[in-house]
Design a protein around this ligand. Structure first.
Ligand SMILES: NC(=O)c1ccc[n+]([C@@H]2O[C@H](COP(=O)([O-])OP(=O)(O)OC[C@H]3O[C@@H](n4cnc5c(N)ncnc54)[C@H](O)[C@@H]3O)[C@@H](O)[C@H]2O)c1
Length: 269
C-alpha cells in the first residue's frame, strides 16, 4: 500500500464521541486527527493548553479542547461533564497522556516515581471511573489505554515509567473483567515508538549515548520505531466497532520488539 493510501485510511466513527487525553501534541494529536477523519466528534484534554487549542483549531469541526490534568479527579468530573453537555454521550475514552522519567531505581526518588504513577496509572484509573456512569447508562463504550513496550518487557533505566505501564496493563485487564457485562470494553496499546519530544527533558543525558546503543531498535523483526500513525491506528481499532469482541488485550504496535531479537547473520544459514 502506498504512503498516500495509508494516510487516507481511517476507522469509521460517524456520530461517535471520542475523548482523548494528552492530545496537545504527539500521539494524542495524531489519534485525534485520524479519528476526526473517520467522522468522530472529539474532546481533547491536556495541560499544554495553547498547543491543545491549536490542535483542536487545526482539525476543526466538532472538536473541542478543554484543560485536563489527568491526575486530578475533580478535573476529570468537569471534563467529562463538558463532553456530555455538548454531545450527550461518550463512545470512547483514549487514556494517552503520560510522562516519561529516565533514571535508574537508585537515582529515582519516591516522589518522582509517585508523580509518574499519578499521571500514567492513576490518571487512566480516574478516567475510567469518570466515564463509567455515562457508558453504563448507554450500555456500551470503549476504553483504550496507551501503555508501552516498557509495560511488556523489562528495561533498565526506566523503572518508574515501566512500573506505571505494567500497572496500566493490570488495570486494563481487571477493568475489562469488571465492565464487560455492561458492554464496556477496555484494551491497551503497547507501542515501541511515539513522539521523540517526550525525550527532550533528557536530551543532555542522552547526548552521551553511543551510536551502537542508539541502534538498539535495529534488532526488531521490523527495525526502527513504529510510526505514530500506525500506533494511532492501533488505538483507533480498539476504540472502534472493528474490535467489538476484543477486551482486556494488549496490542503491541512495536515492529515485533516484544516477540524476540533479530540476530544479524542468522538469516544467512
Ligand atoms: N514517545 C515514545 O517513544 C513512546 C513509546 C511508547 C509509548 N509511548 C506512550 O505514548 C503516549 C503518548 O506519548 P507521546 O509519544 O505522544 O509523547 P508526548 O510527550 O508528546 O505526549 C504526552 C502528552 O501528555 C501530556 N501530559 C503530560 N502530563 C499530563 C497530565 N498530567 N494531564 C494531561 N496531559 C498530560 C503532555 O503535555 C503531552 O502532550 C504516552 O502514553 C506514552 O507513554 C510513547
Amino acid at each position: 500500500m502506498s504512503e498516500a493510501a495509508r494516510s487516507d485510511f481511517h476507522f469509521e466513527f460517524e456520530d461517535r464521541v471520542l475523548l482523548v487525553t494528552g492530545a496537545a501534541r504527539g500521539l494524542g494529536a495524531c489519534i485525534a486527527e485520524r479519528a476526526a477523519a473517520g467522522g468522530a466528534r472529539l474532546l481533547l484534554g491536556d495541560i499544554r493548553d495553547a498547543q491543545g487549542e491549536a490542535v483542536a483549531k487545526k482539525i476543526g469541526g466538532a472538536v473541542r479542547y478543554l484543560h485536563l490534568d489527568v491526575a486530578q479527579e475533580e478535573e476529570w468530573t468537569r471534563w467529562v461533564e463538558a463532553a456530555l453537555s455538548e454531545w450527550g454521550r461518550i463512545d470512547a475514552l483514549v487514556n494517552n497522556a503520560a510522562i516519561l522519567h529516565i533514571g535508574t531505581l537508585e537515582n529515582t526518588p519516591a516522589e518522582v516515581a509517585l508523580q509518574v504513577l499519578r499521571v500514567n496509572t492513576l490518571g487512566p484509573y480516574l478516567g475510567i471511573r469518570a466515564v463509567l456512569p455515562a457508558m453504563k447508562r448507554q450500555g456500551e463504550g470503549a476504553i483504550v489505554n496507551i501503555a508501552s513496550i516498557d509495560g511488556m518487557t523489562g528495561m533498565n533505566g526506566v523503572s518508574a515509567y515501566a512500573t506505571s505501564k505494567w500497572g496500566l496493563r493490570g488495570l486494563t485487564k481487571s477493568a475489562a473483567m469488571e465492565l464487560g457485562r455492561h458492554g464496556i470494553r477496555v484494551n491497551c496499546v503497547c507501542p515501541a515508538g511515539g513522539n521523540p519530544e517526550m525525550y527532550e527533558p533528557w536530551a543532555e543525558t542522552l547526548s552521551g549515548i553511543s551510536e551502537e546503543t542508539r541502534a538498539y531498535t535495529d534488532n526488531r523483526a521490523i527495525p526502527g520505531n513504529a510510526p505514530m500513525e500506525a500506533i494511532a491506528d492501533g488505538a483507533l481499532f480498539l476504540a472502534s466497532d472493528a474490535s467489538r469482541q476484543c477486551t482486556g488485550i494488549d496490542l503491541p504496535v512495536d515492529g515485533g520488539a516484544s516477540v524476540g531479537h533479530f540476530i544479524p547473520g542468522f538469516n544467512d544459514f
